[in-house]
Design a protein around this ligand. Structure first.
Ligand SMILES: NC(=O)c1ccc[n+]([C@@H]2O[C@H](COP(=O)([O-])OP(=O)(O)OC[C@H]3O[C@@H](n4cnc5c(N)ncnc54)[C@H](OP(=O)(O)O)[C@@H]3O)[C@@H](O)[C@H]2O)c1
Length: 339
């Protein structure tokens, strides 16, 4: 099979296209013929050596993907052969990510993909939607599970709603019944966040975004899903309701975070930091189930018309796909692999 690998961490040029033997699924594992591989910022950060230490002599990157199960290992129901699936965390703690014609993963990390959902949806949901689910289910008074109606009556602020995770936050929050406000940096991204389902979009770079958000939600927002805590903390606290939650999945821009303890005591702020790798099996399983239900409801569509333009590369240009994500591509970067 054709596979992308890297042996040393570094820039995108460490990625090579090679021929490898077909991997054999072990006990409890399935082998998936990958149709589309999804690229996330964590993939290039891991490849660069900046974040997770490299654990294997040779690594095929990418956590997300979608395809069809073509073989199962011992202890896995044989009837799963031929099943369309989406994959999550394929390359987490394993050397067999989705940037290859075949990927082997534990059976539970291959989730059935309904016939109506394309492989593009399947390859776009793993990291972004599971992260968004966690961000939306950590409020003190809020639900731990998402379903239609679960967030009725709540106001969610999705920071950076034109980003891949921000997009999933908007879609899942809308599906669950929340009123969704999204910040964006300009008119193009405003159109994308609106197409994703945001009720209100606010340009955080001009005017008085706090006053605009307070105008929409006079009692404050219940939950902020935050991509740039250092840059946005003052805004978040200016619009958060008492006992509201700030779920932080990134600090893009790298601005340091300085907490005014008294201000947060008075607000009874709840801060929840999250990273998918250590979210724990219970939260992960809940997220997978709820995201799968949202996919069945066609609540997580992708493409420019749904607020997430698709930017495609063939397998032999995976390095360019990484460059695109690293360069801040607007939308979802996908690598086309299978038929
Ligand atoms: N914790 C986790 O488990 C987890 C999971 C997934 C991703 N992440 C991290 O989350 C970040 C985003 O990932 P992604 O895939 O969504 O990337 P992305 O598609 O590039 O989106 C990032 C978005 O953040 C926006 N943004 C940047 N600074 C902002 C600010 N100050 N206020 C509001 N919006 C801002 C950007 O737009 P503008 O700059 O135009 O505003 C952009 O739309 C990355 O750092 C990634 O590594 C973490």
């Amino acid at each position: 099979m054709r596979a992308i690998i890297y042996r040393d961490t570094g820039g995108p040029d460490v990625l090579q296209l090679v021929e490898r033997d077909l991997p054999t699924p072990g006990p409890g594992e399935v082998r998936v013929r990958v149709a589309v591989s999804g690229v996330n910022p964590t993939d290039w950060k891991t490849r660069s050596g900046a974040t997770n230490p490299k654990q294997f002599p040779e690594v095929t990157p990418h956590l997300d993907g979608a395809g069809v199960i073509d073989a199962v290992g011992p202890e896995v129901d044989q009837s799963r052969v031929g099943q369309r699936v989406w994959l999550y965390l394929a390359a987490a703690g394993r050397p067999t990510g989705t940037a290859a014609e075949f990927s082997v993963v534990p059976a539970e990390q291959a989730v059935p993909l309904p016939d109506e959902a394309g492989f593009d949806v399947g390859a776009a949901i793993g990291v972004p939607a599971l992260t968004a689910h966690r961000a939306l289910t950590v409020a003190e008074d809020g639900p731990r599970r998402l379903r239609p109606g679960a967030l009725d009556g709540t106001v969610v602020l999705a920071a950076g709603g034109a980003g891949a995770v921000g997009h999933a936050v908007i879609q899942l929050a809308r599906w669950a019944g929340a009123t969704v406000i999204s910040t964006i940096s300009g008119p193009d991204k405003a159109r994308l966040a609106t197409a994703a389902g945001a009720h209100h979009v606010i340009n955080y770079r001009e005017g008085d975004p706090a006053a605009e958000i307070r105008g929409i939600a006079p009692d404050g927002v219940d939950l902020v899903a935050e991509v740039a805590l250092g840059a946005n903390l003052a805004l978040d606290l200016a619009v958060l309701r008492t006992r509201g939650t700030i779920s932080t999945y990134a600090n893009d821009g790298g601005r340091p975070v300085e907490l005014d303890v008294r201000q947060n005591m008075v607000l009874n702020t709840r801060f929840q930091f999250l990273v998918l790798y250590t979210v724990g099996p219970q939260a992960l399983a809940a997220a997978v189930e709820d995201v799968a239900a949202a996919v069945r409801d066609n609540a997580l569509p992708v493409g420019a018309e749904h607020g997430l333009p698709l930017i495609r590369f063939p397998l032999d240009r995976t390095a360019d796909a990484h460059r695109a994500v690293e360069g801040g591509a607007v939308g979802k970067v996908l690598v086309d692999i299978g038929p």
